[in-house]
Design a protein around this ligand. Structure first.
Ligand SMILES: *Cc1c(COP(=O)(O)O)cnc(C)c1O
Length: 431
């Protein structure tokens, strides 16, 4: 029997669904999850020893590819000095300085261990700092699994949401307003109705949890203006996009399009830990000083600022800060998208794609979707055929059509050519 299947059977006896995060279980695409034995550069090897070109990269963190020598060396050195102290270290300052230097809205950051924790804490801070309760979020955006954020849209315009998970009391999401992404009319109405009660608007500026959907420039400007006018905080969840679409995140992209643009708070994760559990949230000093021990907003963590994780993050940031890093990463990502588009067009399969830096999304649709509803118009059966066809040919993309993809600096033009050739074979069967 296939060793991946053996491990999956064994895992399911002691871990719910056999996995520690649901998407890994392949429920959307069916089949047997690949258990990873080891990884190097652009590849991982599964339990059968089969090599896969890896386009998820731990869902974004592995921007340098797996096992980059400088990062590995930094992690090994840090581990020798101790795994965790529960007392401050110099490396936490260095990482905080490096993160603050990258994004102009960050004067201070607090380091935590996961994106969920960072987003949850940032929103507590926004509520504490404004003295308000209501949150605005968008359908299809994911901000981790904190209770107040596990909400889907209500039935009417700008109504309050319903919990998307059992175990989340309706009371906990009663202050969360869920709107359609890129829908200016809904956004305006929400602020007209509730503006004086809104603590924060939280958004993935380039949404990577509904594949890859950009917030339009006019929409983002409207969000910024409404927050400013009503005294709400604009919270950029850049857990995925931070240091992934560019060194200075998606906010730099919007700052180029909207003069003077800045979010009020920024949430980071994924790349800043280089593959270790590390995340952060930050903003201007006056806001961040509302946090304990200086201010009334409580937030803490036994493993926060972990010395091995900070070493991994710092070594990663050092590499990706090198001149030309993002230009070549973006060019490689575009060449993958162009190659796939060419192959799909030749086969007569509807296809459209977008990318920024080392993050991409493609759709078996004639044009780019603007919101979750449009993303979900993708033909699921065709996507699954593409996914399994690629997997059989040693190419690993996200096992769900609503996830973004990632290219690392370790992916070569040869890897991309192999990927496009594999996809071309499958597209011919999908037309
Ligand atoms: C991954 C992600 C999170 C959650 O981060 P975890 O480390 O998985 O808790 C939050 N927001 C966005 C945009 C993400 O992509």
């Amino acid at each position: 029997m296939d060793r991946n299947q053996q491990l999956f059977d064994r895992a399911r006896r002691v871990i719910p669904g056999g996995v520690n995060s649901p998407v890994r279980a392949f429920r959307a695409v069916g089949g047997t999850p690949r258990f990873v034995q080891r990884a190097e550069g652009a590849y991982f090897w599964d339990a059968e020893g089969r090599r896969h070109i890896d386009y998820i990269g731990s869902w974004g963190p592995m921007i340098l590819g797996h096992g980059h020598p400088a990062v590995l060396e930094a992690v090994q050195r840090a581990a020798r000095d101790g795994f965790s102290f529960g007392a401050p270290t110099e490396r936490e300052i260095e990482l905080a300085e490096a993160i603050c230097a990258a994004m102009p809205n960050l004067e201070m950051v607090r380091l935590v261990s996961s994106g969920t924790e960072a987003a949850m804490s940032a929103l507590r801070l926004a509520r504490g700092a404004t003295g308000r309760n209501k949150l605005v979020k968008f359908e299809g955006c994911y901000h981790g699994h904190a209770d107040a954020l596990l909400v889907k849209a209500g039935s009417g315009l700008a109504t309050f949401g319903h919990p998307t998970s059992a175990g989340v009391p309706a009371d906990v999401v009663k202050d969360t307003i869920v709107l359609e992404y890129n829908n200016a009319a809904q956004l305006e109405e929400a602020f007209t109705q509730h503006g004086h009660d809104i603590a924060a608007l939280v958004i993935e500026p380039i949404a990577g949890n509904m594949n890859f959907v950009r917030a339009g420039t006019a929409f983002m400007k409207l969000a910024r203006d409404l927050c400013t006018r009503h005294g709400a905080m604009l919270v950029f969840d850049e857990v995925m996009t931070g240091f992934r679409v560019g060194f200075d995140g998606a906010q730099a992209h919007y700052a180029k399009l909207i003069p003077g643009f800045r979010p009020d708070l920024t949430v980071l994760g994924k790349v800043i830990g280089g593959g270790m559990p590390l995340a952060a949230f930050g903003g201007p000093r006056a806001t961040m000083e509302q946090l304990a021990p200086l201010g009334p907003v409580y937030q803490a963590g036994t493993l926060s600022g972990n010395p091995v994780a900070t070493a991994c993050g710092l070594a990663t940031l050092k590499e990706i800060a090198k001149p030309g890093f993002y230009e070549s990463l973006a060019a490689r990502t575009r060449s993958l998208m162009d190659g796939l588009a060419g192959a799909a067009n030749a086969a007569g399969v509807p296809f459209t794609a977008d990318s920024e830096g080392g993050m991409f999304g493609f759709f078996l649709l004639p044009q780019l979707p603007r919101n979750y509803g449009e993303v979900m118009k993708t033909d699921g059966a065709k996507f699954n055929a593409l996914f399994h066809g690629l997997l059989d040919r040693g190419v690993y993309i996200a096992p769900a059509l609503y996830e973004a993809g990632f290219v690392s600096a370790a992916h070569s033009e040869q890897d991309i050519a192999e990927t496009v050739a594999a996809a071309a074979e499958i597209f011919k069967t999908l037309a």
